[in-house]
Every structure is written in C-alpha cells, then in structure tokens.
Design a protein around this ligand. Sequence first.
Ligand code: HAM
Length: 428
Amino acid sequence: MPEFRTSPGFRDLLHPASSRQRAFVDAFASIVEAAGFELVVPPLLEDVGVFRRLGEATDVVTKEMYDFVDKGDRHVVLRPEQTAGVCRAFVEHRPAVPWKAWCFGPNFRYERPQRGRYRQFEQVDVEVLGTDDPQADVEVIALGWRFFAALGLSQVRLLVNSLGTSDERLAHMESLRTYFEGRAGELSEQSRATLARNPLRVLDSKRAEDEAVIAAAPPVSESLGDESSAHFAAVLAGLDALGIPYDVDDRLVRGLDYYVRTTFEYAGGTLESAQNALGGGGRYDGLVEDLGGPSTPGIGLALGVDRTLLACDDEGVFPAPIRAADVFVVDVTGGTNATSLTDELRQLGYRAERAYDGRSMRSQMKAADRSGAELAVIYAPDELADGSVVVRRLRDDGEQFTVPIDGLATTLAEHLDSLISNTGPKTR
Ligand code: HAM
C-alpha cells in the first residue's frame, strides 16, 4: 500500500494545536464583533483576475499562486489572501457602507516552507469599505494591537507608514528607480532584477549586501502631498490618543501592490526577521474600482494565525484550551446504559465520555482518569441490581457514593454545578 503524507508546507493540526487555533479565531471574533464587524465567508477559489492587483511584480502573484484551469476552462486560483476576495464580494453584493467585515480561514502561497512560513496558512482579517476617515485606520490598527495584548503577547512592535495616493506612490517609485539605478552596482543580483520590475519591492530585500543602499534611499515622506500628510498625521494622532506605541518606518512598503496611504505591520519580538511579521495591512482605496465596483476607499488588516501562535509559544502565553470531560461513564454490565446516560448528559449541556468495546473495569477507569473528568459514573452489577450506580470524584479526595438510577442525570448535573461553582468554571 502506498503511504501518503502531507505535501511540503501543508500540515495536519491535531488536538491540542487544532483546539488552540479554534480558540484563537474565537478570541478574534469576540474582539471584532464587539467593534461591529460582520462575518463574511468568501470562497477559497476565485477567478485569477481577482488577485491581479496584488501586483504583477510581487512574488505572491508571479511565483506563488496555486492557479489552474478548471474543467469549465476557467483560470482559477486558491486564494493567496482574503482582501481581494472580500472586495470582489463587495462589488457583487453591494452591502451598505461603511461595510465592516471580518473573515478567517486558509490561504495558499507556494513559498519555501520553513518555521512560520507554510504553503497553507491561516489568517484572521478585518476590512472596512466605504470610508477614508483616518479614524477608521486607527480603529483597524488598534483592533490588531488590542488583540495581541488580549493573547498576552507583550513583545509586538507596531510599524506604520504612509505611501501617499497612487500618484504620489508612483512619483516615489520613480525617484527610487533613479536612485537605485545610480547605485545598481552595489545591489545584490536579485535586487537588480527586482528593480527592473518594481523599485518599491527593492525596499523589501532582507539581504545584507543591499542594506546600506536601502538605508540611504529617498524616504516616501518626500513624495507625500499635503492631504496625504494630513491623513497620516491624523492616524498617528489617533494612535497617540489611544496610547498605542508605534514606530514610523519610512521603508515599510508591504509585499502587495494595492496599498496607498496608510500601511502598517506588527513585528513579533521573538521570531526570525524573515518571518517576524505577525500581521499587517493598510489602505487599498483603488481596489474595489479595479474590480469593477464604484470608487470605494478601504482599509484592513490580516494577522497570520500560525505565526502569531509561534510568537505565543516563544512568550509562553495563550496555551491550548483544556477541554476535559465533566463525566466519564464506566459500564461493565454491557447494554445501553452508557449510551443513554452520555446522551442525556450531553443534552443537558455537559461533556460526557465513555469507553467502548466492553473493556475491563480497570481499563475503563484508566480511560476515565485520562479524560480529566470530574466524576466517573460506574455501572457495576451489584449496584445495578439495587437500582443504583457508583459515582466517584476523580479529583482531590476520590470520594465515592451510590446514587439512585432514577433521576440520575439531574442529580449528576446538580452535583457538577456545585463542583464547578466551587472550583471556578472550566472551558466547555
Ligand atoms: P500579508 O502581509 O501578505 O497581508 O499577510 C498577512 C500575514 O499573514 C503576515 O503578516 C503573516 O503573518 C501571514 N502570512 C503570510 N504568508 C504566510 C505564509 N506563507 N505562512 C504563514 N503565514 C503567512 C495580506 O495578506 C493582506 N491581505 C492584509 C490586508 C488586509 N491588507 C488589507 N487588508
């Protein structure tokens, strides 16, 4: 028989990693839903054209797309990110603006897999469409910042920049082109190739030989007009008002080409620099129009779930939730007692587990211990003949008592409620 394994850059997540990922998304949901964002679930597969505006000169578009022609002759792609799909959905459905949407799920990029860099990776994402109020930028940036704090992360740095309007951005690109061409001999071969396609992307280079040339490149602030400067100043003032610390990073261009004006990134303090971006985002005021919609400004962010969880590991925060059972039903009498009692308890909202295959009392009690349950309910022949079962506390004292089968689920529920109120609530 052939042995199948996941493809490079793809992973199986089993418990507890899988439960932790879900808890992460739940925590994000509660923060963004409190801020009025509505969940949107776009498909994983889109027409390849939806992602064209990510940039003809970006790695994401030129090298990393999982695209193919489907059986209906459509050129489609597994989404490499969520923003363009959300904008496509906006154009298709025209929800009222401002439209505040959030989403989560997998994205696909054919990258070189390493720690924190996968070919299938999870993002959580928010987008605000239909306003260019700088306070919306502040709200989005702050949501990401507060979320990291809620996870317990303390070593995240916020970097912000403004790229100006698309005209100002173009002007900046031209001044960068002139500058880099003048010093092309000092650049790495890869950056010289990048320069021919898009001089902004040269600023992304992490190669040591490019460092000095990049450090002396003309800053984007020189290309900003009055309106863009005022917008950026308002964003910074908003962050100041919230007491959110940031660094203005003049070289922060981000890896996708749709950005104008505000861009930002959250850098983790513990991961290697090539993978230290835990998340980022910015304005994409022309994207909706490029996808056939009305002129609609937009701003959003995406956080990398996998990378942020690695940063949580490094800082020792946000552990996987413990999902212990409440009751473990042990039955050595055969029949359907365990099936009925677990069913009844589950309907009452408790986590009830059981063993299978008619195992011995010893083996079922071991399984009960492993389940982390508060109580074991034991169906044993002698007690059963008297119309009762044995209930044993599995923690602390191991105390045990007999309980009549009549009304058993209700008695157990009361007992569990008092145990839980004594020891504090457990994650359910
Ligand atoms: P991005 O910077 O390409 O932005 O991705 C956001 C985050 O996704 C990154 O900071 C990183 O944490 C994570 N990420 C990206 N690629 C990988 C990978 N191969 N493996 C693991 N994690 C990865 C966007 O995707 C934009 N859509 C953000 C945005 C939303 N802008 C406006 N709205």
